[in-house]
Ligand binder design. Structure first.
Ligand code: CP
Ligand code: NVA
Length: 302
């Protein structure tokens, strides 16, 4: 039976713990130069309708390192963006490929693709959510703190796709998530949550970072939302991750950002390049975790 990854809630808590263990093993193998080619002969099709550095490269390199092959396809190169239906495209792609990664705008398109494809479909970000990012972030937190359950993450900024996936992930993994956003930019609609974690949505960033182990942010203006942004940026100014906010948190608080960062907007360079920041380790871990996702889903479907 094929398994898709469209949202964090497609995985159980135990499946995520297994995935994190596999990620650590793959990271260790890579560091030791141990060849591991379980996906020999398999091909991942990667459809991108939005820009990407980390997602594209981590999946493409990941597939190569696991012995498989990845095809980078922009929506404009496919008949899909010329009117061929998702249903027909899904059936045809399923005859050639072993899995599809897709980054696009409308989450429903990804659901439809998965419904009509007979191979696993992986969501590489939609306007609604970004599950592969949050799985890698949880891995990074476990690596840095040695635990997941009970860890407090303060997500400060825009209540976007990354915030939405954080809400699902934190709840499922028994974490404490405090999201701080201006009222009109809080995640809407809020996801329905399962698991033992605690998720609160606040307006005050200083309240959110109190006792937090991790402060997390993302861009204020997501891809596809680039119009009429001046008012939004003004309302988000008090939510900038700067030294004052970091100083108000725990002494050893970690700072994360999924990147790309807009320096001096949602985060200052002083913090991004400072001693609390783990953003580049976080970015590296995308590779190890995306490889674990590929191995898990592709081996399951053959
Ligand atoms: N964080 C993330 O998904 O980065 P890209 O947009 O570069 O893929
Ligand atoms: N919220 C951002 C995430 C980029 C990785 C966006 O959707 O553009």
């Amino acid at each position: 039976m094929k398994k898709d990854l469209l949202s964090i809630s497609d995985f159980s808590q135990q499946e995520i713990l297994d995935l994190l263990e596999k990620s650590a093993d793959l990271k260790d193998k890579r560091q030791k130069g141990i060849e591991h080619l379980p996906l020999k002969g398999q091909t991942l099709g990667m459809i991108f309708n939005k820009h990407s550095t980390r997602t594209r490269i981590s999946f493409e390199v990941g597939m190569f390192e696991l012995g498989g092959h990845a095809l980078f396809l922009t929506g404009d190169q496919l008949q899909l963006n010329r009117g061929e239906t998702i249903r027909d495209s899904a059936q045809v792609l399923s005859r050639y490929l072993n899995a599809i990664l897709i980054r696009t705008y409308d989450h429903d398109e990804v659901i439809a693709l998965a419904e009509h494809a007979s191979i696993p479909v992986i969501n590489g970000l939609t306007d609604l959510n970004h599950p592969v990012q949050i799985l890698a972030d949880i891995f990074t937190i476990k690596e840095k703190l040695g635990r997941i359950e009970g860890v407090k993450v303060a997500y400060v900024g825009d209540g976007n796709n990354v915030a939405y996936s954080w809400m699902l992930g934190a709840s499922l993994m028994g974490m404490h998530l405090a999201v701080a956003c201006p009222k009109i930019y809080q995640p809407e609609p809020a996801p329905s949550l399962s698991g033992t974690g605690e998720v609160e949505v606040l307006e005050d960033p200083f309240e959110a970072v109190k006792n937090a182990d991790v402060i997390y942010t993302d861009v204020w203006i997501s891809m596809g939302q680039e119009e009429d942004t001046e008012n939004k940026k003004k309302l988000l100014l008090p939510y900038q991750i700067n030294q004052k906010l970091v100083n108000s948190a725990k002494k050893d608080v970690l700072v994360m950002h999924c990147l790309p960062a807009h320096r001096e907007m949602e985060i200052t360079s002083e913090v991004l390049d400072g001693k609390h920041s783990i953003v580049f380790d976080q970015a590296e871990n995308r590779l190890h975790v995306q490889k674990a996702i590929l191995e898990t889903l592709l081996l399951k479907s053959i």
